[in-house]
Design a binder for this molecule. Structure first.
Ligand SMILES: [Zn+2]
Length: 207
C-alpha cells in the first residue's frame, strides 16, 4: 500500500486530517460536512495559533449579522479576546469608524469597519491548497504561489462569480466558488465567503 502524502507540503506522509474551513470558525455543534484532507502533523499543528486569530477576524467581520455569527461571537470570540491580550488589542484597533456611501459618494450613514492590517493569509493559503487537492486530486506544494486578498464585491464581480458553481459547508457558515484554467491547471481562482459577510479571494499561479 502506498503511503499518502500531505496535500499541503507534499513532502511528509499524511498522518492527520486537516479541516476546511478551520473547525474554529463554527460554534459547536459543528457541521458534519466539514471537508477533511490528508495532512502531516507539522502542517496541521503550525496553524492552530493563526486559526484562533482568524476566528477573531472572521467573527469581528460577521458581527451579529445572523444567528450563527452571533453564536460564534458570544460563545467563542469573546472568551478568546478576554484571555488573549494581543488579540484584544488587535481587535480594538481593527475597528474603525467610517461612512457608508452611495455609488455617487453621498453619505448614507455611519458604520464601524474592520481593518485587519495583516490578513491571516496563512489560513487561506492552507485552505486553498486543501480545496485544490480535494477537487482536483493534485498537490500544489511548491509548484504554485497563492495570492490572497479581501474583496469588495461589485455588481459586475457578483455577476461573474455567480456563474461559478457554489459549494457550501454547514448551514450557510461557509460558501466557496472556484474555477481553474483549462490551458493552465495551476492557475485557479477561489472565492471564500465566511458567515455570509467576509469575502476573500485567492489565486493560484504556477511558479
Ligand atoms: Zn505537510
Amino acid at each position: 500500500m502506498t503511503k499518502k502524502l500531505c496535500c499541503l507540503c507534499g513532502l511528509r506522509p499524511a498522518t492527520t486530517k486537516d479541516h476546511i474551513p478551520p473547525k474554529c470558525i463554527f460554534p459547536p455543534p459543528r457541521p458534519v460536512d466539514i471537508i477533511t484532507v490528508p495532512a502531516c502533523k507539522e502542517c496541521n499543528k503550525s496553524a492552530s495559533a493563526v486559526d484562533e486569530e482568524f476566528r477573531v477576524f472572521v467573527s469581528m467581520f460577521a458581527g451579529k449579522k445572523n444567528s450563527e455569527a452571533e453564536r460564534l461571537w458570544e460563545n467563542q470570540t469573546l472568551s478568546t479576546v478576554k484571555k488573549n491580550r494581543r488579540l484584544l488589542d488587535k481587535a480594538k484597533s481593527a475597528c474603525q469608524p467610517g461612512y457608508i456611501t452611495s455609488k455617487n459618494g453621498i453619505i448614507l450613514g455611519e458604520a464601524d469597519f474592520v481593518i485587519w492590517d495583516d490578513l491571516p493569509n496563512q489560513v487561506i493559503d492552507k485552505m486553498i491548497r486543501g480545496l485544490y487537492f480535494y477537487h482536483f486530486d493534485e498537490i500544489l506544494a511548491n509548484r504554485a504561489n497563492i495570492t490572497v486578498g479581501q474583496v469588495k464585491l461589485t455588481m459586475a464581480k457578483v455577476k461573474c462569480v455567480k456563474s461559478l458553481p457554489c459549494n457550501s459547508v454547514g448551514d450557510g457558515q461557509f460558501f466557496y466558488r472556484y474555477a481553474r484554467a483549462n490551458d493552465n491547471p495551476l492557475s485557479s481562482v477561489w472565492l471564500l465567503i465566511f458567515h455570509k459577510s467576509l469575502v476573500i479571494m485567492g489565486h493560484t499561479n504556477s511558479k
